[in-house]
Design a protein around this ligand. Structure first.
Ligand code: SF4
Ligand code: SF4
Ligand code: SF4
Length: 515
């Protein structure tokens, strides 16, 4: 007789042991089942659709740290298909680019591209809605939203509209209907970012500050963390300018609070982003520049980030029909933007916007027509370059990189001195933020057709804009005159700039990442 707690052999086959058996070549038949995949034809990823043993191929999957602020996984939905590992290792070159054993956390740049490739929706952004609903229901909180350039050209896809439909004012209407007290536009602070970043670029290339060139953009938290993990020797090349989200966060708790007569402690500042990495950017300890200015370091620049998908979920949860809402304008303060700010969501857009303003700052002249349609930095190529002649200075060479897998050859050339660029834009997501890890899963995996539709929508905003230069945005001029002073100095520097950490000690980098 067996002890009560002893199972019969093979009676308790866990998923892990099942996979082990399959891996040893054990044939598992599906007698009595139809040949159709369980979710119906067309549901299963192609690797599962072949005849023969089930599963034909089981691949690894990404590990996710339980404390990851950007992404999470519901193991009940995971079919071990390996799509997340594929995008993380091949497109973003994070997974498998460090040695085991792990040191003290699981490396991840938070880009969320795995959420766009996961066929079952097992990987999602970490939940922000629970906290948001609590804040919206709290009468003592003044809840302010800011919306990124890219959410407006993707949100509509969740409600059946074609990819790239611009729902800017319906998005504002939805946020107001959901109970937000104020809705501001991150496009405004994209202009602000260019003011700071272009000023810093000019200071670097004219030798006014002792900082290395090329200057790297710093608005993508996925890229920033990537540089902190894998290329810490190049951190001095990163612009110290904060991202548009974090700049506007700091302005909301200071300038907006003062102008509106609201106690900053009562403000709950929510960023609606196409991005999962913004969730950990908001949580970085140093993102409390508004708190430091006000004298209470516990005050955060941004209290919460939710993705475009989460906003769509909340709109549906509350029974609102986006398509039936009457368009509403953004609130008046901190929402005016130029066409240059609008294209921040596109790979090459930050570069085009910065070059327009840097040209004007260096030459004292209006940028030529070429800079309002800078074709060499447009399009979906992973690496693009351009060179332009600036009067009173000479040639300025720029590069644009999207997808972290495309960074290595560029960064190695910067390291060995053979890359002669002055300014390089880096974005973690292929195509830029329009295809960020928090955007609707309109095509699975993401397609260039969807990316291009969203990109074209943002270029259309730029083309139609009355003001197409960040430094000519009237509200930008007012804010510097009345409050910030001179770019990259005094209050502007204290509120709008940051610093970076060497994170390389958290992993052991693999050699030869460019191969
Ligand atoms: S969020 Fe990005 S870096 Fe993190 S696991 Fe997913 S693909 Fe990899
Ligand atoms: S892509 Fe999704 S279903 Fe496939 S292994 Fe990764 S988490 Fe699991
Ligand atoms: S490219 Fe944009 S969406 Fe993607 S990680 Fe960077 S900031 Fe986020």
């Amino acid at each position: 007789m067996k002890p009560e707690n002893q199972h019969e052999p093979n009676m308790d086959v866990s998923r892990r042991s099942f996979i082990k058996m399959a891996g040893t070549g054990l044939v598992v038949s599906t007698i009595g089942c139809s040949g159709d995949p369980s979710g119906g034809e067309g549901w299963m990823p192609s690797q599962y659709e072949g005849n023969g043993n089930f599963p034909p191929q089981v691949r690894g999957r990404i590990p996710i740290d339980p404390n990851n602020l950007s992404i999470t996984r519901d193991d009940r939905k995971c079919i071990l298909c390996g799509q997340c590992a594929e995008v993380c290792s091949k497109v973003e070159t994070v997974l498998y680019n460090y040695e085991l054993p792990l040191i003290d956390n699981i490396p991840c740049i938070g880009c969320g591209q795995c959420t766009l490739w996961c066929p079952t929706g097992a990987i999602t952004e970490t939940d922000g809605l629970t906290e948001l609903i609590k804040a919206l229901d709290d009468p003592n909180k003044h809840v302010v939203a800011q919306t990124a350039p890219s959410t407006r050209v993707a949100l509509g896809e969740e409600f059946g509209l074609p990819a790239g439909t611009n729902v800017e004012e319906r998005q504002v209407a939805a946020l107001k209907s959901l109970g937000f007290d104020t809705v501001l536009d991150t496009n405004f602070s994209a202009d602000l970012t260019i003011m700071e970043e272009a000023t810093e670029l000019v200071q670097r290339i004219t030798g006014k500050v002792n900082a290395p060139i090329p200057q790297f953009t710093s608005c993508c938290p996925g890229w920033v963390r990537y540089c902190e993990y894998f290329y810490p020797d190049l951190l001095p090349n990163l612009s110290s300018a904060k991202s548009p989200m974090s700049m506007l966060g700091a302005m909301i708790k200071t300038y907006y609070a003062e102008k509106s007569g609201i106690d900053p402690k009562k403000i709950f500042s929510v960023a609606i982003m196409p991005c999962t990495a913004k969730k950990f950017e908001a949580g970085r300890p140093e993102m409390n520049h508004s708190g430091l200015k006000i004298g209470d370091p516990s005050i955060r620049d941004t209290d919460l980030v939710i993705t475009t998908r989460e906003l769509a979920n909340l709109i549906k949860l509350r029974g609102l029909d986006l398509l039936k809402l009457e368009p509403v304008h953004y609130d008046n303060l901190l929402s005016e933007y130029s066409g240059a700010g609008a294209i921040f969501g596109v790979t090459g857009g930050v570069m085009e916007a910065a070059v327009r303003t840097a040209y004007a700052q260096i030459s004292g002249e209006k940028p030529p027509a070429l800079l309002f349609n800078l074709q060499p930095v447009r399009g979906l190529a992973g690496m693009k370059e351009a060179a332009l002649e600036i009067p009173n200075h000479g040639e300025v060479r720029v590069a644009v990189v999207a997808g972290m897998g495309n960074t290595h050859k560029v960064l190695e050339r910067v390291q060995n001195g053979t890359g002669h660029w002055h300014f390089i834009e880096f974005m973690a997501c292929p195509g830029g933020c329009i295809s960020g890890g928090g955007q609707p899963r309109t095509a699975l995996p993401p397609s260039d057709a969807v990316r291009s539709a969203r990109i074209n929508a943002l270029y259309n905003v730029d083309e139609r804009a009355a003001v197409r230069l960040c430094h000519e945005n009237p509200e930008i001029k007012t804010v510097y005159k009345d409050y910030l002073g001179t770019p990259n100095e005094g209050i502007a520097h204290a509120l709008l700039h940051t610093h970076y950490e060497n994170y390389s000690s958290h992993l052991t980098k693999k050699q030869k990442m460019s191969e």
